[in-house]
Design a protein around this ligand. Sequence first.
Ligand code: M6R
Length: 364
Amino acid sequence: EKAGFEHFMMKEIHEQPKAIRDTINSVVRDGKIDLSGVGITEEEIQKLQQIYIVACGSAYHVGVAAQYVIEELAQIPVRVELASEFRYRRMLFAPNSLVIIVSQSGETADSLAALREAKAHGVKTLAIVNVVGSTIAREADHVFYTLAGPEIAVATTKAYSTQLIASYILSIEFARVRGMIDEDRAAELIAELQTIPDKIEKLLEDKERIQWFAAKQMNAQNMFFIGRGIDYAVSLEGSLKMKEISYIHSEAYAAGELKHGTISLIEPGTLVIGVLTQQDLYEKTVSNMVECKSRGAYLMALTTYGNYSIEDCAEFVIYIPKTDPLFAASLAVIPLQLMGYYVSVAKGLDVDKPRNLAKSVTVE
Ligand code: M6R
């Protein structure tokens, strides 16, 4: 059932290209997005004034990335909220709001409660869900199903990746319907989306290099993942993968925020992983990495082919294929999933079933 892989997590990492293709194909016909199955109408999209993305864990990290993409493309203000916080806040919804709930299982207690709160306030809801017929899918006004297939490993990989894709598709369609991008730009972005599975396959070919590097980190006490914008969103996910299955304490930090406190934790040899896929923020994050290095940090970088100057400061570099910067999270996350996986394997831990965790958190 693991299809020749040692763990479900590795099998699911390799299923990502197919899961993404299937998810794209479910809503793209002849190069055009068709959301009739999701149920949200053009009229509803036109009226939107505010979007809330509400989720837990990795699904929340999808929201953090999606916020940048929606605001950039569709120019609708977005707030991203942890479901466990959102549900207990005073609800001050702007008129014509949409609440997007992101959940693999569709059963996460806090996400479900947040959905119900939003509905009780008369706000429209759209769920991005993987499990067909789950409670969140049944109760939301609109459902965008990710076609990741069953995900067994507690650490999510393919569900996360398909949730990102769903959020890009919504962003492109919202932008097109609202006249923020024209048909040609929409077609171009969809075509770019369709190249992502092949690019992930290419990244997976490099996994032995990551395995070699990861094995050297197994005794680390602390790690830091830093980035800006979408790279910050990827850092959050990379850091969670690491903590969840390798039991190494790690923090994800917005690169510019480090010097407001956390940089005091950097000691000689501390691993700092910089994520640098956003060209306009590249120099800024490099300078934050150099600040860490001058305090003794050991630097790994994840950047796009072409940014070879990173080798002046980083000891270990992984290059990712070029794509539209808005979609870079889909590629940058792959090496970080592999890092978490291989550190866990090197430590001999139970990769698929980490201690203290459940696949689906149905209690508050
Ligand atoms: O089923 P959901 O997507 O609602 O689950 C949300 C989180 O519990 C989940 O993403 C969790 O953080 C993962 N184990 C992370 O790998």
